[in-house]
Write a protein that binds this ligand. Sequence first.
Ligand SMILES: Cc1cc2nc3c(=O)[nH]c(=O)nc-3n(C[C@H](O)[C@H](O)[C@H](O)COP(=O)(O)OP(=O)(O)OC[C@H]3O[C@@H](n4cnc5c(N)ncnc54)[C@H](O)[C@@H]3O)c2cc1C
Length: 469
Amino acid sequence: MANQSAEVIIIGAGVAGITAANTLFASGYKDVKILEARNRIGGRIHTIPLGSDACSVELGAQWIHGGAENPVYRMALEHDLLGSSSIHDEFAGIYCKENGTRVDKSLLDTVIAIFKETVEDMVDFSFSDSKSTLTCDEYLTSRMPVILSPISDEQKKEAANIFQSLLNILKEDCGGELTRLSLSCNGFEDDFRSNDHTLPAGFDTLLRKLMCNFESDVIKLETEVKMIDWSEKENAVHSVVLRCVERGKEMTYTANHVISTIPLGVLKQNHQQLFSPSLPVDKKNLIEKLGFGQVNKIILYYDEPFWTKGNGGIKLVWDQEAECDLGDRSWARGIFAFKEMKHIDNVLIAWIYGDSAELIESIGETRVADVCTQVLKQFLNDDRIPKPTSVRTSKWCTDPHTLGAYTFVTSGCHYDDIGRLSHPLLNTFGKPVVMFAGEATHDNHYASVHGAMLSGIREAKRFVKWKTN
Ligand SMILES: Cc1cc2nc3c(=O)[nH]c(=O)nc-3n(C[C@H](O)[C@H](O)[C@H](O)COP(=O)(O)OP(=O)(O)OC[C@H]3O[C@@H](n4cnc5c(N)ncnc54)[C@H](O)[C@@H]3O)c2cc1C
């Protein structure tokens, strides 16, 4: 069994791991390696070429949320990577019903206004009662009669359908799990106010800029860490032993410090086997209690757009009471929007959450595209809607190196819990032998690229502080 060592080993070459390495190199610490299980860098940043013009589309992170306060934005601006930027209007689109008719415009405007007020109430609630154990779903279910009370009886059913469809906007934050999302830590504060920016050449252009302080051979691809042995060993040169499988062969790495960026979904499933000795009880509890949502994208590429550009795409208002049997197409009811892309003319993207997100992973991409075409034909009442010429679906739920999409706070948890997830494992001398970075460990900006980036900087600085103290 071969053996290699480094002062610091980072597990994972997503944005958190790459940022941590870059910060260490910039601070003069060069004995650093990154071990990455996949055969590519980026983790949940995954830009791929699609269609006959090989346009760059994102299977994972898509937008830089917010402006100058966001370090990812500042970096993209500095390197001239930004495309069009605009206020993110989640509500824009042509709203269609299952029977192929359009939603009444004035009713739609009223329900959107009610929906925005409801979300503001939920945010206010989160500030006023940070200890509540209510879930967002429990709150909404109990308040629904009041929420829709301004609507006339004749329009109530349609209004309820629209409201239920709009809830998908919130589901994006928690991977569909409003039944588990904490009302007191719902994270909806910035939902409708943020300026969102895209990277037309792909989010992965940012990763290359982030690697400016080190060579790519610092990263060992196809090297999966199977066990992190942080037990204290007498007279050992290094504090941590990592048992790995590198390109099919067993391999051992040793390090003085490890920065783990292993995603929360993987920790949930594997923490028992991954750590020896086991993690402290508090950390295990946090890993189990925090939520990790399920989100996937269906990316449809057309040779020519069939929709009118600039309207925000197509929104689907499903009849919540309809009992029609969609058979193996039931997952399609999880689609709310076919969103257009500002910088790519001929692509529509459907986001899908929760159980539906998991379901599409077992269905072939061609079948997924066929069902999307049937749904579009039905809702737009137009048999001429073409089939996409290319399709890609993400598979984050079953991907063994992510096992989900991103973190959310469940009822019974608090933002402080996320902060505690970042606490390092210390040896008896107080040395941080295993540190934790990654989006799940940032108490304010979890579930984002900038949160992951900031967590990488935080842990690199923790190491530097330890060395210089
Ligand atoms: C569908 C989707 C859409 C999103 N949209 C946005 C968005 O628009 N804007 C935004 O800001 N954020 C978005 N996000 C969230 C954002 O992508 C993540 O928060 C961020 O990329 C996480 O970075 P990370 O470095 O913490 O984790 P990751 O990117 O997951 O990196 C962790 C790395 O660790 C590796 N790894 C795991 N286990 C092991 C092991 N045992 N050994 C070795 N390596 C291992 C993985 O392969 C991976 O490369 C989205 C995420 C998804 C899934």
